[in-house]
Ligand binder design. Sequence first.
Ligand SMILES: [Zn+2]
Length: 307
Amino acid sequence: MKTALISHPDTLLHVMDGKHPESPARITAIMDALAHKQILTRLQRHEAPLATDEHLLRVHSASYVKYIRELSPLAGTVRLDPDTAMGPMSLQACLHATGAAILATDLVLGEKAGNAFCCVRPPGHHAGKARAAGFCIFNHVAAGVAHALSAHQLKRVAIIDFDVHHGDGTEDIFKDDERVMLCSTFQHPFYPHRGADTRTDRMINVPLAANSDGEEFRQAVMDNFAPALKHFRPEMIFVSAGFDAHQDDPLARLGLTAEDYTWMTGFIMDTAARYSKHRIVSLLEGGYHLPALAESASMHVSTLAGI
Ligand SMILES: [Zn+2]
């Protein structure tokens, strides 16, 4: 079965301001790299549907979803936090990004795709139950996980978050849910300044000091994620695939390379082969140096696709 690539042109229409690093060019850079390397033609491609309120309300409060819908502007932008704004098409982009996670989950659990990558924006892992933050409005990976638990009755799902920032929104949503494990590496101390002191036996938070390199990252994954996942035995693995721990990224100070992302993808695939019937759904989170993002994300997808 092929790897599914799920995207939607409307995710390019979410624009916060002309110079914001979380820009539509991120998606274009990845898609161009996949086309240039002749990976695109070897994937099954899908347009992301719109998420419904049912999908959103599994992870966000009703008052928050209503607030975002009412805030959506007809023109101009409205600010949700110092880093996050909505324009006229932002709600539509967010609903397609969450919808991508839902479709990806259905394709993988329905055995219609080998695994899936959602090439969508804005990112989602800082969005909590009732909070937009750090470029994120709805938490797409969380909605996919909740869909796997509710609609497909899975009992144990793991999220592996290798974005350079802690997945604090995801932790907020699932910290009290025994069915979900979150494995998150992140630069610390650093935005969002959470996670370093909230580790539990299911919230596997692994802070990394600024300037940590790929070798230190891999060691941290083997020492922390591997034993936790072995014990938890997830039936499915979701990935918050942020590529902003790359050494060239302008927003952070870790030293990963595209080869480290290939290695990490291999680690996730080995884990999924062992415990999870190869079920992997990966979603784009951060990554702000366009050439590094294009190279790293395309290596991630080609590895998922076995190319
Ligand atoms: Zn990030």
